[in-house]
Design a protein around this ligand. Structure first.
Ligand code: F6R
Length: 608
């Protein structure tokens, strides 16, 4: 996720901007830049790579004199992490500079319109349309130009704008992306994240969607998008920098769990237009899909489990056979793939060694590769034939959460898109599934709202020696991911079993008080899993069951329940995993584990 920061006051702006950007480093970024108004000119410095490099080329800001400026850390989305794609972006006439956090969804149409009007573009970013639109609409009043521009933008944005005609002023505008104004004495600030501000001021105004601020050293005026003044309360922040980095949460993992509705929304929303899933801009089309006879999904760890869950959605909606395989097995298994096999790889980091090897193996056999990946410009994204990005933003906790659910969201989108393009489902079912997919962020939110209840349950597991997770079909996939979450951060032995397999051996391990977590969210196999719950109960197990509210009869056989929101069974995996992430989190917390950095684990596994 990008970070933005701005300053206007009596001090030199550049050192303050650089300091603010350093405070945003923890969020992850791949390039950074600043723009400072110096007299009637805007000077811009930007680099791919670290902020240290930006400090070096600006002599810690001394080489960019001026008292008004904006800064940016970029997490690449549209276009690779290069110097040119780094922000700030400048208008053709050099009068405006812009920093942007978010995604402009209609940028392609706007870019074409601007090119037809004679504007030229330097970068591949969605952001550059904003700065050229500003030049186009500017008639001597920055505020009016910003209002005109915002009426043309679709998507999410927090923007900071400076104009050389208004040398002590910044305009900052918010739509679906956080933006905070910092109030000082004779100096004011803005930032996307409170972390960038707390060492300068604790007095802040939180902008809401559709509001913008006109900021000078002595005044902060807030307006709605029609230009009407809005009166806002100045609030006092009590967080220190460390608390601010985690958004007030105790751990990044909890923050990232809570961010999932938004991350899934950001992944799904831009790909649904006019009641259709649209993946053509990312290279897919009906003709290509018609040539595909089977699919392999391959990945590591949680990403592999996302594949295990997503497989059911693809098979059930598209009726194409799908096999899921661990990338570390696939790469050495002489896989039977060819030009009629689509290989889908999933990776949050895009740098996992076994996943990269699986891509190379597939390509050497002529199979097309589709990557679902979070990091733009990563090795996986570069090697694949098609790339669908999960817009989860940087994930900092080692144990993945929002990386996993956004991978699932993309597999669901892919399944529905393919089913629609190949005519494998009728229009009525398509519409129904699309509605259900659109409601997924809300359902995930309802699942996140179980947080306080799960915190209470965690005490019951803190001293467990081992926990079993059971389920069938997509519930089994979720059980595997739930067990992985539990073992990697709480260090409790946890195993997932396909519920129907219990009788074939594992049930020998079930004894009095053995904790079992049963997933009963997939309607099609619910009765069968209920029978398995009865079997383990008969041997004394202590069962926590996860089921939808409509399945009230499960309460008579389980010891405890977590009721989940109702969701289309093929998409249930993205909802049922949330309580399991939370349970692992609170169990690990009760055991005083180092949750964000579990022992022996690394965020990105770049070696075999
Ligand atoms: C577990 C976890 C790992 C990763 C795996 C693949 O919480 O994060 O199992 O899912 O190492 O990593 P990526 O997705 O970066 O390829």
């Amino acid at each position: 996720m990008c970070g933005i920061v701005g300053y206007t006051g009596m001090q030199e702006a550049a050192p303050i901007l650089l300091e603010g950007l350093k405070r945003l480093e923890y969020r992850g970024y791949d390039s950074a830049g600043i723009a400072v108004i110096n007299g009637n000119e805007i000077s811009v410095r930007k680099v791919s790579g670290r902020i240290a490099k930006l400090c070096e080329i600006t002599n810690d800001g001394a080489a960019c004199p001026g008292k008004v400026g904006i800064g940016h850390t970029r997490w690449a989305t549209h276009g690779a992490p290069t110097d040119i794609n780094a922000h700030p972006h400048v208008s053709n006439d050099g009068k405006f500079a812009v920093v942007h956090n978010g995604i402009i969804e209609n940028y392609l149409a706007l870019r074409e319109e601007l090119i037809n009007k004679g504007y030229h573009f330097e970068s591949e970013t969605d952001t550059e349309v904003v700065v050229q639109l500003l030049e186009m609409y500017y008639k001597g009043d920055l505020k009016s130009a910003v209002m005109r521009v915002s009426s043309r933008l679709q998507g999410s944005y927090a923007l900071g704008v400076v104009c050389s005609d208004a040398p002590d002023e910044i305009v900052a505008i918010r739509e679906s992306s956080p933006l905070i104004i910092g109030i000082g004495a004779g100096e004011n600030y803005f930032a996307s994240d409170i972390t960038a501000l707390v060492s300068y001021t604790k007095n802040v105004i939180y902008l809401e969607d559709g509001e913008f601020a006109q900021i000078t050293p002595d005044t902060v005026m807030i307006y709605d998008l029609l230009g009407n003044p809005v009166s806002k309360k100045v609030q006092r922040v009590t967080w220190d920098v460390q608390a601010a980095e985690k958004g007030g949460y105790e751990h990044f993992m909890l923050k990232e769990i809570v961010e999932q509705p938004r991350a899934v929304e950001a992944t799904i929303r831009p790909r649904i237009r006019d009641n259709r899933v649209v993946l053509e801009e990312e290279g897919l089309n009906a003709e290509f899909l018609r040539g595909i006879k089977r699919i392999y999904i391959t990945a590591c760890g949680s990403a592999y489990y996302a594949g295990c869950v997503g497989r059911y959605a693809i098979e059930s909606l598209c009726r194409i056979p799908v096999s899921t395989e661990l990338a570390s097995e696939f790469r050495y298994g002489d896989p039977m793939v060819d030009s009629e096999t689509l290989v889908i790889v999933l990776s949050q980091s895009g740098e996992t060694a076994d996943t990269i090897a699986a891509i190379k193996e597939s390509k050497s056999k002529g199979a097309p590769v589709l990557a679902i990946v979070n990091v733009v410009g990563s090795s996986v994204a570069k090697l694949a034939d098609f790339t669908l990005y999960t817009w989860a933003g940087p994930e900092i906790a080692v144990a993945t959460t929002k990386g996993y659910t956004t991978q699932l969201a993309l597999l669901y989108l892919f399944a529905l898109y393919t089913a629609g393009e190949l005519g494998r489902i009728d229009e009525k079912t398509y519409r129904h599934m699309l509605r259900s997919l659109r409601s997924l962020p809300q359902k995930i939110q309802e699942s996140v709202d179980l947080n306080p209840l799960i915190e209470n349950y965690a005490d019951d597991y803190r001293d467990a020696r081992s926990i079993f997770f059971i389920g069938r079909n997509s519930d089994y996939g979720a059980a595997m991911e739930g067990a992985l979450k539990m073992k990697e951060i709480s260090y409790i032995h946890a195993e997932a079993y396909a519920a129907g397999e219990l009788k074939h051996g594992t049930i020998a391990l079930i004894e009095e008080h053995q904790p079992v977590i049963a997933l009963c969210c997939n309607d099609t196999v619910r009765e069968k899993t209920m029978n398995n719950i009865i079997e383990v109960k008969a041997r004394g197990a202590d069962v926590l069951a996860l089921a939808e509210k409509r399945d009230a009869d499960i309460i008579s056989i389980a010891d405890r329940m977590l009721w989940l929101p109702e969701v289309e069974p093929v998409f249930a995996g993205a909802v049922e995993i949330i309580p399991l992430q939370l349970l692992a989190y609170y169990t690990a917390k009760a055991r005083n584990c180092d949750i964000d950095k579990p022992k022996n684990l690394a965020k990105s596994v770049t070696v075999e």
